[in-house]
Design a binder for this molecule. Structure first.
Ligand code: SF4
Length: 481
């Protein structure tokens, strides 16, 4: 089905007319200053608009222009822009920006080719600056633009860069400048990355809804035949993710239980809001060492018991395992050790793995067993982008993969591969080299089940559109009866 893009964008414009304008557009309208637009755009990457707005305001008060920015140290900039995502990296970029602008006569350049030579400026930022600050035709492809245009089947692309190239061929130029702000506002409010609000969307009758699982209509009761939704997510620091909207993400994801890993926090370091998301009870197992490892559950199902750790102090002091026991099944949340630099912790990891396997098999004698978490291993070549280059690296060593073989031989199933045999299905991407945008990743987060739980699996998926961590969540739908 071909959509009528003029009519779709017109509907979107009317849907978002009362919504907040994306912060970068707002700064452009308020200041008409390309320098401020450029700086705010750098700050806005992987950061909520409210946080970008607050950080920009603080920074522009001290450094309203290039000359004033040059007088600030990297440390001062970092303090001013905290807590935007990757504030240390962004502070380093902004420290170098005044000198980098010298080659352009101390002005912000107005072409994509020139802008991408500046520190911290990728193609998306450059397109945004060209269109918003200079009003020149450019197509900025934010993750919302890429995602929504694929939902509409207007493009069929797997990276934002390919979407930009497809739009340059196909999208009438009159829409180039506006499409980013429209679809960002629409993606933040209605066509949200997880559980879009199709029930209130004026495009619902015409939208192809490619790959979409709409939200449960608020207030509706779960059907008894409807599977439970379990989610697992390595959050890479729950306190940092809280600032990026963790609570809203959980509400959107609408899980019955979410297990998180790498919380990097003790319970006394958590805000009451974080511990008490409405409708959920949370349970935590933290490492003794502060800011390290840690797992937790949020559940709206009441467990009959909670089991902390593996009963082995060597491993339990690192806060790696937490188990919820229900009437017919156990759900084990695990943060497997990383083998580390030069594989220094490979032996520790293999001992942990064997202890964990024995623990799961023992539980399996009583009830069904589901395991979820960051296994810190890509099992097969299909599970990472560059298998040949990583044979000797943590997470893809023969020893770790061999353990995964033995885990599967012991009767456990990697649920994602029941439904999906495709390559390039990843759950973790390095923060470096723009790896997520290029989909250079690894699949190291799993839901696995034992033989008796296998019959009750209804679906499994990777939720790649959910951002906020270097991992994305993975999901299992499960019918316990
Ligand atoms: S109908 Fe649903 S998927 Fe389609 S645009 Fe609206 S919210 Fe997005």
């Amino acid at each position: 089905m071909n959509i009528d893009i003029d009519s779709f964008l017109e509907t979107v414009a009317s849907e978002v007319k009362d919504k907040d304008v994306p912060v970068v557009d707002l700064i452009a309208v308020q200041t008409r200053d390309p320098f401020k637009v450029l700086v705010a755009t750098i700050l806005s990457a992987r950061t909520k608009d409210e946080t970008t707005a607050r950080a920009s305001k603080k920074l522009f008060k001290r450094a309203p222009d290039r000359k004033a920015l040059r007088l600030l140290t990297e440390d001062q900039i970092a303090k001013l822009i905290y807590p935007v995502g990757f504030y240390k990296n962004k502070a380093a970029y902004l420290t170098k920006l005044p000198a980098a602008l010298e080659q352009f006569g101390e002005e912000v350049p107005d072409t994509i080719e020139e802008l991408i030579t500046l520190p911290g400026v990728g193609r998306k930022t450059a397109n945004l600056v060209v269109s918003v600050a200079f009003g020149k035709p450019a197509i900025c492809v934010d993750t919302h633009v890429h995602r929504i245009l694929n939902i509409w089947n207007y493009v069929e692309t797997d990276t934002p860069l390919k979407t930009e190239m497809a739009l340059r061929e196909k999208l009438p130029e009159r829409h180039w400048i506006a499409i980013n702000s429209l679809l960002v506002a629409f993606g933040q409010s209605i066509c949200r990355p997880v559980s879009p609000h199709c029930d209130i969307c004026n495009l619902a009758d015409k939208c192809p809804r490619n790959g979409v699982k709409p939200r449960k209509i608020p207030g509706s009761k779960r059907n008894i035949d409807q599977p439970l939704r379990f989610i697992s997510w390595n959050v890479n620091g729950i306190r940092a993710l809280e600032k990026k909207g963790f609570r809203d993400i959980v509400v959107d994801l609408d899980p019955d239980i979410i297990g998180i890993q790498e919380t990097k926090a003790q319970p006394d370091q958590l805000s009451e809001e974080l511990k008490n998301i409405p409708g959920y009870t949370s349970y935590w197992h933290s490492a003794k060492k502060k800011g390290y490892s840690g797992v937790a559950f949020y559940t709206r199902l009441k467990p009959v018991a909670i089991h902390t750790g593996l009963g082995n102090e060597e491993f339990d002091s690192e806060g790696r395992v937490l188990t919820l026991e229900f009437k017919t099944y156990y759900l084990i949340n695990i943060y497997f050790p990383n083998s580390g630099d030069k594989l220094k912790r490979l032996d520790f990891k293999l001992r942990f793995n064997d202890t964990l396997l024995a623990f799961a098999l023992k539980l399996g004698e009583k009830k069904d067993v589901i395991l979820c978490g960051d296994f810190n291993v890509a099992h097969k070549e299909i599970d990472l982008k560059n298998p040949k280059n990583n044979i000797k690296h943590a997470g893809f060593t023969p020893e770790e993969r061999h353990w995964m073989d033995s885990f599967i031989e012991a009767g456990f199933t990697d649920t994602f591969r029941i439904y999906n045999q495709e390559p390039e299905q990843y759950s973790w991407w390095s923060y470096r080299f723009n790896a997520r945008a290029k989909n250079i990743g690894w699949r190291i987060d799993y839901f696995c089940v034992d033989e008796s739980a296998r019959k009750k699996v209804a679906d499994a998926a990777i939720l790649q559109e959910v951002t906020g961590s270097d991992h994305c969540p993975v999901q299992l739908e499960y019918l316990p009866r």
